[in-house]
Design a protein around this ligand. Structure first.
Ligand code: NDP
Length: 341
């Protein structure tokens, strides 16, 4: 299949790119700068020479016409995987820094495809558990599924960067489904909705300073930042990045994935459990939290006091087999060591 993958320099997209190439698909990936394209190129020289991998520079997805040129190619695209969207909390203006690139990025690419890439049959969009979770109500005992939507409002998005991020994912995904309903395009869509994503980095980082947001807590623990107290876990659901990449590729390849959301997750985790895995495998980090360091645990009452989940659809339709937390955390740390941890 001829595929356009947006945001190829990202944590999840880098694994998705690797898998697309492995499955024999022909890929053009968008990145923001030529420098980022050159880094990916260096890692995939063979594929570039064979003509199986190419690049398009899209500096800012918040521009409504950002993808007008990128969606046009020869041979033409049959599928688009849209992963690019800001995931960081370094935010001064929620509208400009989070909502615009998420929402305009999504509606913009769908419009460009409808207008200029009529051969595209499937669009896979990286959404998030952020578009599912209800962060303001006690959800104890509720079993989250693909039927749930985050009820967050535009005003709540301004409360803090975390709420801003969740709103950006919710509004962007909602806009995609609305586009489908109103515009009746030639393509079907599928959304991938992972919670906290952990696992090895394969994208080229200049330094650990630029580590993607969801992996930061693992690095911080190794660096001794949780020595005296482990911070609250926040969201207690996680998934390995390689399984998220599999989900994207399967959602593109499988007819049955058409017009479905996929809540892709492996299970529960706590920061305390991550600390225990780190102690077991990486005793060389002397400032890891100890067994008696406070914080980072499940709420009082344990898993029973939490919400539940159902990931059946991702297993049945996409064929996912989820990796364990231990494997994910160990492989993450090994990959950080390659860039100097
Ligand atoms: P990264 O930060 O590694 O990737 C984000 C990607 O989006 C980067 O390629 C980034 O480019 C690009 N991007 C961001 N803003 C813009 C913009 N204005 N214009 C062009 N490109 C932009 O994070 P992840 O890989 O984790 O995130 C990928 C997707 O997965 C996002 O949609 C995120 O919301 C979603 N997701 C992630 C989860 C996680 O736990 N990691 C959980 C659930 C969903 P550059 O690096 O050049 O800035």
């Amino acid at each position: 299949t001829r595929v356009l993958l947006t945001g190829g320099s990202g944590f999840i997209a880098a694994h998705t790119l690797a898998l697309l190439l492995k499955h024999g698909h022909s890929v053009v990936t968008t990145v923001r700068t030529q420098e980022k394209a050159d880094k990916i190129k260096a890692a995939y020289q063979d594929y570039v020479e064979k003509g199986q991998l190419g690049f398009a520079i899209v500096p800012d997805i918040a521009q409504p016409d950002a993808f007008d040129k990128a969606v046009v190619s020869d041979p033409p695209f049959e599928a688009v995987l849209h992963t690019a969207s800001p995931f960081h909390f370094n935010v001064t203006d929620v509208q400009k820094d989070l909502l615009d690139p998420a929402v305009i990025g999504t509606t913009g690419i769908l419009r460009s495809i409808k207008k200029s890439a009529p051969t595209v049959k499937r669009v896979v969009i990286t959404s998030s558990f952020a578009a599912i979770v209800n962060g303001t109500k006690d959800m104890t005992g509720h079993k989250y599924t693909e039927a749930d939507w985050n009820p967050i409002s535009r005003d709540e998005a301004e409360e803090n960067p975390m709420m801003g991020y969740r709103a950006s994912k919710t509004f962007a995904e909602r806009a995609a489904w609305e586009f489908l309903e109103k515009e009746k395009p030639n393509f079907t869509i599928a959304t991938i909705n992972p919670p906290m994503v952990f696992g090895p980095i394969v994208h080229n980082l200049d330094s650990l300073e630029n580590l993607n947001t969801s992996n930061q807590r693992i690095m911080w623990a190794c660096q001794g930042k949780f020595k005296d107290e482990i911070p609250p876990t926040g969201i207690y659901l996680w998934v390995d990045v390689r399984d998220v990449a599999e989900a994207h590729v399967a959602a593109m390849e499988k007819d049955d994935a058409a017009n479905k959301r996929f809540f892709t997750l492996a299970g529960f985790f706590s920061n305390k459990e991550i600390a225990a895995i780190l102690r077991k495998h990486f005793p060389q980090y002397k400032e890891l939290p100890s067994e008696s360091t406070p914080g980072g645990d499940y709420p009082e009452g344990g898993l029973k006091a939490l919400y539940g989940f159902d990931n059946t659809r991702s297993i049945e339709v996409l064929g996912l087999k989820y990796k364990s937390l231990e494997e994910s955390i160990v492989d993450a740390v090994k990959s950080f060591q390659d860039v100097g941890l």
